[in-house]
Design a protein around this ligand. Structure first.
Ligand SMILES: [Zn+2]
Length: 75
């Protein structure tokens, strides 16, 4: 992995913890979310699997089935 300059501190949009944040641009909805390292990785993995980053995204862009899958935590 390439070392990056330390990003600014802020509230992660997924886990709500105050951490160093990296911008994550969604391939699915094109939105940029400021996420901590762990959430950034989860978000990338979720999208690679065809899943969703957060509830809003599943709600807005997914089918009912996608939403249920999200709620079950399968992705
Ligand atoms: Zn986070």
């Amino acid at each position: 992995m390439t070392p990056a300059p330390t990003p600014p501190l802020g509230d992660c949009q997924l886990c709500r913890h105050r951490k160093h944040l990296w911008p994550h641009k969604s391939k699915r909805d094109g939105l940029v979310r400021n996420l901590c390292g762990g959430c950034h990785e989860s978000a990338s993995l979720a999208e690679e699997r065809g899943g969703f980053i957060d509830f809003d995204q599943a709600h807005t862009h997914g089918s009912d089935e996608d939403l249920l899958t999200w709620l079950r935590g399968d992705l």
